[in-house]
Design a protein around this ligand. Sequence first.
Ligand SMILES: Nc1ncnc2c1ncn2[C@@H]1O[C@H](COP(=O)(O)OP(=O)(O)OP(=O)(O)O)[C@@H](O)[C@H]1O
Ligand SMILES: [Mg+2]
Length: 225
Amino acid sequence: MRIATGIQKLDEAMGGGLPERASILLVGVPGAGKTTFCNQFIYEGLKNGEGAIHITLNASPEEIINSMKSFGWDVNGKPLKFIDAYSWQMGVEEGKEVVNPANLTNFTIAVTKALTEMRNQNVKRVVMDSLSTMFLFVPKDLCLRFISMLSARLKGAGMTILIAVEEGMHTPDVVTALNSLTDGTINFIMENDIRLLKINRMRETRNLPITLKFKISESGIEVMP
Ligand SMILES: Nc1ncnc2c1ncn2[C@@H]1O[C@H](COP(=O)(O)OP(=O)(O)OP(=O)(O)O)[C@@H](O)[C@H]1O
Ligand SMILES: [Mg+2]
């Protein structure tokens, strides 16, 4: 079984989509398209009656919902669970369920709680946007250990997890560790006016490397001929 991203030509190139039970890094500079890819992936699942979990460190759930709406992805009433590690950075609001990104014990508890809450929702997709923000709050060894645990836990529960990472923000040892802890990497490249999506490593996937030219239109990421 493969997990369709909702980007048709990418799914065709990967034999139906991403591998099941996999953790995948999305690497690119700011504006390269990582967040759009995450949200499109989530919506593809919701559209097909799956539940999904969004771990956010860069934007509030409200901002994400609005941004998705602007692409025509209406999540209203759909089983989308947020783990909000962003709002804490803004100052905790009364009555809001927020996670302190510096407190990995609480973070782990929030993940466990989300999994329990969503256990009957057929969840196959989780995104974390972005892991780089966690590195601002937590020493790198702890961050890497957390990702290793999180990815094992979610894969064990049958999920495919996308982890967005800012290119250029991490030292080479961290990049190497992240690659060794995950099952694949999708690179988002911007060269002059051209956007490219490049896959060099992906578990259980033939025909690598895959390089596709894409644009971000009003309906999201679209691969160009
Ligand atoms: N609602 C929208 N409609 C059309 N294009 C959009 C929309 N939102 C974002 N974009 C385009 O998508 C591009 C990529 O944005 P995205 O947020 O996915 O990048 P990112 O890799 O997550 O960046 P960052 O590292 O800053 O979070 C933006 O530069 C913008 O051109
Ligand atoms: Mg982003």
